[in-house]
Design a protein around this ligand. Structure first.
Ligand code: G1P
Length: 276
């Protein structure tokens, strides 16, 4: 069973300035719940109950969020307002939260490598909380991927078809469609120009990684944007063995962009708010 999920949460959130000047972008709420809590709930649903945060300076609000606030508990205990704490209390009851600080920003691959001491030598999930994934009809994306892992025992990336003029924002795969929504990855490129993209199948922020990724990352030179890219390490893994890509069931909102964030807010308000 995959027990741990890594959350790289050290990024700056410049697209949301000034809101993110002194507040982590992961704490921006979609209606009344911070983005990162949606991610943690998805991980816990997939039985990845150890949530490991790779944080950075200015991100303490995230670790405080996943701890008890004694003052608040004291203030509202026994009042009608207690119910508002319900969703975070149940997360705290089910999860264990660990963290390590990334001192320098050298890319997603570097963030994953920084999380190595929290993960150890076992397969693990990775969740980028900017990508909010919801599946009203059934299992969350990480649960879907954990099921697949039991069949394939290799690294798996979640993918989605995107318009060709957006491929430059993503890691993009080329793969052989084995069945239904499952591809064997032959090639992957981080943030390709439209004319160089091998397809329009973009990686979104959900991964299951086998622990050999750490040794590969140690040897991966900086790639796109001068950063150590997880996509490049996965490409090495695909060349040496097997990496799968999975077209997940559900809806994904790019909450790293203002339009995606607003769309997610409207969607959650209309479909979920006040209904649990
Ligand atoms: C990261 C990954 C990229 C992936 C994307 C999904 O990019 O490097 O491969 O497609 O997340 O959101 P970022 O959005 O951090 O630039």
């Amino acid at each position: 069973m995959i027990k741990k999920c890594l959350f790289p949460v050290a990024g700056y959130g410049t697209r949301f300035l000034p809101a993110t000047k002194s507040m982590p972008k992961e704490m921006l709420p979609i209606v009344n719940k911070p983005l990162v809590q949606y991610g943690v709930e998805e991980a816990i649903e997939a039985n990845m109950t150890t949530c490991a945060f790779v944080t950075g300076r200015g991100k303490r609000a995230i670790t405080d969020h996943f701890d008890i606030s004694y003052e608040l508990e004291h203030q509202i205990s026994g009042t009608g307002k207690e119910a508002y704490l319900g969703s975070i209390r149940s997360v705290l009851d089910k999860g264990v939260f660990t963290m390590v600080r990334q001192r320098e920003m050298k890319g997603l691959g570097h963030a994953i490598l920084t999380g190595r001491s929290l993960v150890g030598n076992e397969p693990f999930g990775v969740l980028l909380s900017d990508d909010l994934c919801l599946n009203a009809e059934g299992m969350g994306v990480l649960s879907q991927m954990a099921e697949l892992y039991h069949q394939f025992r290799c690294s798996i990336v979640a993918i989605q078809e995107v318009p060709m003029d957006e491929v430059h924002k993503y890691g993009v795969i080329k793969g052989e469609n084995l069945r239904d929504s499952i591809y064997r990855v032959d090639d992957m490129v981080e943030k390709p120009a439209q004319e160089d993209a091998p397809s329009n199948l973009a990686i979104i922020g959900r991964y299951i990684l086998t622990p050999d990724i750490f040794e590969i990352l140690e040897e991966t030179p900086p790639g796109a944007n001068g950063e150590i890219q997880l996509t490049d390490a996965l490409q090495t893994q695909a060349k040496r063995g097997l990496v799968m890509a999975y077209k997940f069931k559900g809806q994904r909102f790019d909450c790293g962009s203002v339009p995606g964030f607003v769309e997610a807010t409207n969607h959650v308000y209309e479909n979920y708010y006040g209904k649990d």
